[in-house]
Design a protein around this ligand. Structure first.
Ligand code: ATP
Ligand code: MG
Length: 216
């Protein structure tokens, strides 16, 4: 008997640094979606940002520190290993080649969803994966009319629907709303204020040792 292809959750970000907002959302989304495989993918050279603050290696190292306990989440370092900029559409195409029969679930926060039509070749994303929009603090959905149309025509409220196809649906998902952002954490560190309890202590120690996010 052939094993059924397992659905894969793909949660991309710069994770500069990763924090409890990301981690809590990932854990809850994994549970709500019943996923055995949920991956956090640090971006290599992000295409729609001027740059990251910490290097890809350090952002990857911080993610590994965050997930060292048995939390059901994994790090996938493919974008960091790939040279040059990494577009999500290329990353998903690579996943699709690797896992032809698996539902792929692209996890994004509402703020990222609002700007989805600025991603490279964004319409192609729906042919490669489902989209799971995680509701985030103070987030409102503001879509361009083209994006709104795509999302509305693909919308489902049923988690089970995501296993009936390998790609193409959009599911909004409520997760506990933690008003934490990497920008705020970087600013606090830069101003010599404590970021404690916004992210794991192990990462705070790493940031201190590596002198990340301090004044240049
Ligand atoms: P920055 O402030 O540098 O933009 P960030 O905190 O927004 O950092 P990103 O790495 O940009 O983190 O976000 C990666 C993904 O995580 C995006 O899809 C984003 O919407 C989502 N995300 C960020 N913060 C939260 C949060 N507090 N709760 C849930 N999802 C979040
Ligand atoms: Mg962000």
């Amino acid at each position: 008997m052939k094993a059924e292809p397992v659905a894969i959750g793909i949660f991309g970000g710069t994770f500069d640094p990763v924090h409890y907002g990301h981690l809590r959302a990932a854990v809850e989304a994994r549970e709500k979606l019943g996923l055995e495989d949920m991956r956090l993918l640090p971006a290599g050279t992000p295409p729609h940002r001027t740059g990251t603050f910490a290097s890809a290696e350090n952002r990857l190292a911080m993610l590994k520190l965050a997930l060292s306990e048995n939390c059901g989440l994994q790090v996938d370092d493919r974008e960091v290993r790939r040279a040059g900029s990494s577009y999500m559409v290329d990353t998903l195409a690579e996943f699709r080649r690797e896992y032809p029969g698996s539902p792929l679930l692209l996890m994004i926060g509402q703020d990222a969803a609002n700007a989805l039509d600025r991603w490279h070749d964004w319409q192609a994303l729906f042919g490669l994966a489902h989209l799971v929009i995680m509701r985030r603090p103070e987030s409102v959905s503001i879509y361009s009319s083209e994006l709104e149309e795509q999302i509305q025509s693909r919308l489902t409220g049923q988690v089970a629907d995501l296993k009936t196809a390998t790609a193409g649906l959009v599911l909004p998902l409520e997760v506990t709303q933690l008003a934490i952002s990497s920008t705020d954490i970087r600013n606090r560190i830069n101003q010599h204020k404590s970021p404690q309890f916004l992210l794991p202590d192990s990462i705070i120690s790493f940031i201190r040792e590596q002198r990340l996010y301090a004044d240049e």
